[in-house]
Design a protein around this ligand. Structure first.
Ligand SMILES: Nc1nc2c(ncn2[C@@H]2O[C@H](COP(=O)(O)OP(=O)(O)OP(=O)(O)O)[C@@H](O)[C@H]2O)c(=O)[nH]1
Ligand SMILES: [Mg+2]
Length: 244
């Protein structure tokens, strides 16, 4: 089974080298029976993130770089997904951040769930056993928890606890390959995640949520801001109105 981890980066020079090392030296070797690949979807970061990746590509043949211009998070993911499907013929893809907020060890749980038949594995911060960073300011915690609850209500998705998580595995055959990725809403933003989740849930037969503790970002700057939040609500409202 070939799994491609698609990792978007913008100015992650302080994180990406260490992330590649941890994945290729510790995590992937522990995943017996899985053919693990990493596709870094970098938007020509001015801090040299791409160069760090190309340097390590000489050592790791399952490390890949897809470079494009900066058009926002969703576009970077669509580029990375296309690479994983067209160039690598991956059986599953994973969405994952580069800044160590997603503990790479969860990849093992996700791959195991996929092996057992899951079409969609959602790394969930808001179910029992999951967590958001203690260090977050109260308003960021409130927005994250209350916003998710509200969106679940609006969309009638009470069974899923985390609609905006950035850590998910999706089966390609019959699921990701049946979604019109370039037609997703809000590809220029983080908000594409809700539309993609909604469309994936419509196709996935076996959905598994696993609890993840979302760690605080330790290095480099956040790309998340208030406008990403507004965009997410707009997508939720559009999905609800269209009754899709
Ligand atoms: N290619 C690309 N990657 C992006 C873009 N925006 C964010 N990313 C990456 O997407 C991931 C998530 O972005 P973050 O800034 O960590 O967002 P966040 O985790 O919600 O916010 P923090 O908790 O503050 O880190 C990181 O790996 C970023 O480098 C973008 O426009 N293009
Ligand atoms: Mg982050």
């Amino acid at each position: 089974m070939r799994i491609a981890v698609v990792m978007p980066t913008y100015n992650e020079a302080a994180n990406i080298g260490k992330m590649i090392d941890v994945l290729f030296e510790t995590i992937f070797p522990a995943m017996d029976g899985f053919d693990m690949h990493l596709v870094v979807a970098d938007d020509t970061s001015p801090d040299g993130t791409g160069r760090i990746v190309t340097d390590r590509m000489t050592v790791h043949e399952r490390l890949h770089l897809s470079t494009g211009e900066r058009r926002g998070l969703g576009h970077a993911y669509v580029r990375g997904f296309s690479f994983a499907m067209d160039q690598l013929s991956a059986d599953a893809v994973v969405e994952m951040d580069a800044d160590f907020q997603h503990d790479p060890r969860y990849l093992i749980d996700m791959a195991t769930a996929f092996e057992k038949g899951a079409d969609y594995v959602i790394g969930s911060r808001f179910m029992a056993g999951g967590a958001i960073p203690d260090q977050w300011a109260w308003h960021r915690k409130f927005i994250s928890v209350a916003g998710n609850r509200f969106a679940r209500r609006m969309l009638g998705l009470d069974a899923i606890h985390d609609l905006t998580t950035g850590f998910r595995l999706t089966r390609v055959a019959g699921v990701l390959d049946r979604i019109d990725l370039s037609g997703l809403m809000a590809l220029d933003r983080f908000a594409y995640k809700v539309d993609l989740l909604y469309k994936t849930l419509a196709l996935a037969r076996t959905v598994v949520e696993i609890p993840i503790a979302f760690a605080p970002r330790q290095r480099e700057k956040s790309k998340f801001n208030f406008s990403e939040l507004i965009a997410t609500y707009k997508v939720v409202a559009k999905l609800r109105m269209s009754g899709r």
